[in-house]
Design a protein. Structure first.
Length: 262
């Protein structure tokens, strides 16, 4: 017998034809439900007020057809039922989730005969897989947006790195004498040496001064370039640091080999 459920005096559900729509103007605005969605809704209404376990719904809807589905498929089906009822005009949520037990319908139901309603073959089709597909598309768009953000971040980091390298390549090199180590002052004259050993730098300055007088007035600066191969040493005597554009300097080249114990 073909029956029709009147749900909360608002929505009509016709299980045999899998049709669901608003009671006002039915079936002109009815939709055809996807198979598992229609069967799950029919079971919930048949057992209105009772909790139907997931195991029961799996067996009654899918396994009898030889299909094996995941829990996610069941939750998608329940979500499609709720969406279809809301689209048909039902504001109340009549399909409730009972944690760790299953689902149940809490609707006010009246069974009516087809003769009470004017049937019409013209209906729209509601296909839940389309809803799932749309959900998949949203997820794909979200994943794509995340991938694009990561790509932009990587591109920005590469750009910053390239700018840093380019800056280091293009910036003027630091003056050679800017790297010289201060070895203190002798008679008010500052000694700057290519050596890192301050004591050795002062010893070298004193030894070179004995070979050739180094005249450096107080406030002046002496730059000593110590040749590690001891092929000679260059001394630059200036009246101030070389960074100053008005610095006056003269250089002395000691071509003889220098020995520390002399």
């Amino acid at each position: 017998m073909n029956i029709i459920y009147l749900i909360n005096e608002t929505v009509l559900f016709e299980p045999d034809r899998r049709r669901l729509g608003p009671a006002s103007g039915y079936p002109q605005w009815a939709v055809t439900l996807h198979g598992p969605v229609s069967e799950c809704l029919n079971l919930l209404l048949e057992h209105n007020g009772e909790v139907l376990s997931q195991r029961f719904l799996f067996a009654a809807v899918w396994e009898k057809q030889g299909a094996v589905v995941t829990t996610n498929a069941l939750y998608q089906t329940i979500a499609s039922i709720r969406k279809a009822l809301k689209t048909a005009g039902l504001q109340e949520n009549i399909v409730q989730t009972v944690p760790k037990e299953g689902f149940k319908s809490v609707a006010r139901i009246r069974v009516v005969s087809p003769e009470e309603w004017v049937a019409s073959p013209t209906v729209a089709v509601l296909n839940p897989p389309v809803i799932q597909e749309e959900s998949g598309r949203v997820k794909k768009r979200t994943d794509c947006a995340l991938t694009m953000k990561i790509a932009y971040c990587l591109a920005a980091l590469l750009f910053i790195g390239a700018c840093f390298v380019l800056y280091n390549e293009l910036k003027p090199p630091a003056p050679v004498y800017a790297r010289y180590q201060s070895a203190g002052k002798v008679n008010g004259c500052e000694i700057l040496s290519s050596l890192r050993d301050n004591n050795k730098s002062r010893q070298l300055f004193n030894a070179l001064s004995k070979r050739y007088p180094l005249t450096c007035d107080p406030g002046g600066v002496v730059y000593i370039s110590f040749n590690q191969l001891q092929l000679g040493n260059v001394v630059l005597v200036c009246d101030r640091r070389v960074e100053n554009n008005q610095t006056n300097c003269h250089s002395i080249f000691y071509s003889e080999r220098f020995q520390d114990d002399e």
